[in-house]
Design a protein around this ligand. Structure first.
Ligand SMILES: C[S@@+](CC[C@H](N)C(=O)[O-])C[C@H]1O[C@@H](n2cnc3c(N)ncnc32)[C@H](O)[C@@H]1O
Length: 272
């Protein structure tokens, strides 16, 4: 795993500017786990929130979950990944199953059990939808902080009866997807590569609350066009890119199909 501080120093890294972070343990029984996480991420460790004065963000491990918290009076609430309850659970039960746009975009209408690489996994919401519809999903996330939240959410999903089978179809890898795709062997090529890179928005109100926090940490990636090229080379069926309506196609490459929705669109590139 990359050190957060060394990544801060890299010009092309996704964090917008140097942000100070720390890990806090708010559990009486998980201190060793929190310390291990802090060591992995090369972040300072503290036992109480009052000790982290001066940091911009902290990761807090409680009995319930791992959450990312911004500091300061106008900070939004904590961000954590929950596949068992809340929005992910609601979408699983009421999202429209195989009729929903994401399912149709990846080609689930006519096929079952697709293998998908979600190359920009983020908080894993889209990957969870695909896995709940029977896809086998490799989630690749480059940012180690987002990745830690995702890994925590997946571990709790594995422990819950309601989501264990779905979580068993989700594998997480902390890496740059371009590196993983480039090294992919012929027999490991997925049916579908799904891309949902960060797109620029002009009005904060366009973005859901949890995504606002993600956006503060991560900027758009100039290497997106390369990611699309690799995805097109490796996907055996199709590449699906989620885009805002106003955004041009990724790498200005015209898709074969466009599925236009209320909030965004899916650009679909057929590779079969
Ligand atoms: C808009 S978010 C994805 C949201 C996700 N679809 C969901 O449902 O939660 C984009 C994520 O892609 C990650 N990302 C961007 N480029 C990447 C790359 N080359 N490899 C791995 N992750 C990448 C960013 O760190 C960010 O977390």
């Amino acid at each position: 795993m990359h050190s957060l501080y060394s990544l801060f120093m890299q010009e092309d890294y996704q964090l917008k500017e140097k942000k100070s972070m720390a890990v806090i343990c708010a559990s009486t029984v998980r201190e060793a786990e929190a310390k291990k996480l802090a060591a992995q991420l090369q972040l300072p460790f503290h036992t109480a929130a009052k000790d982290v004065a001066g940091v911009d963000y902290y990761l807090v491990l409680s009995d319930a979950h791992l959450a990312l918290q911004k500091t300061g009076p106008t900070a939004p609430g904590p961000l954590w990944v929950d596949f068992v309850q809340g929005a992910n659970d609601y979408r699983r039960r009421h999202g429209g199953g195989r009729q929903q746009a994401l399912a149709r975009a990846v080609g689930l209408k006519s096929k079952t059990g697709l293998s998908v690489i979600d190359a920009t996994a983020g908080l894993g919401r889209d990957a969870f939808v695909l896995a709940s519809l029977g896809c086998d999903v490799l989630l690749i996330e480059r940012d180690p902080i987002i990745g830690a939240l995702l890994a925590d959410g997946l571990s709790r999903a594995r422990d819950s009866e309601a989501t264990a089978m779905i979580a068993a179809r989700m594998r997480y890898q902390q890496a740059d997807a371009a590196t993983v795709l480039a090294a992919l062997l012929e027999q490991a090529r997925p049916d579908v590569v799904y891309l949902d890179p960060m797109y620029p928005v002009h009005h904060k109100a366009q973005v859901k609350k949890d995504m606002q926090l993600l956006r503060e940490l991560i900027k758009t990636d100039p290497a997106e066009a390369k990611l699309l090229a690799l995805a097109l080379e490796k996907a055996t069926q199709r590449v699906v890119v989620k885009r805002m309506h106003a955004a041009p196609p990724l790498g200005n490459q015209k898709p074969d199909r466009v599925m236009s929705l209320r909030r965004h669109r899916f650009d679909i590139y057929l590779t079969a």
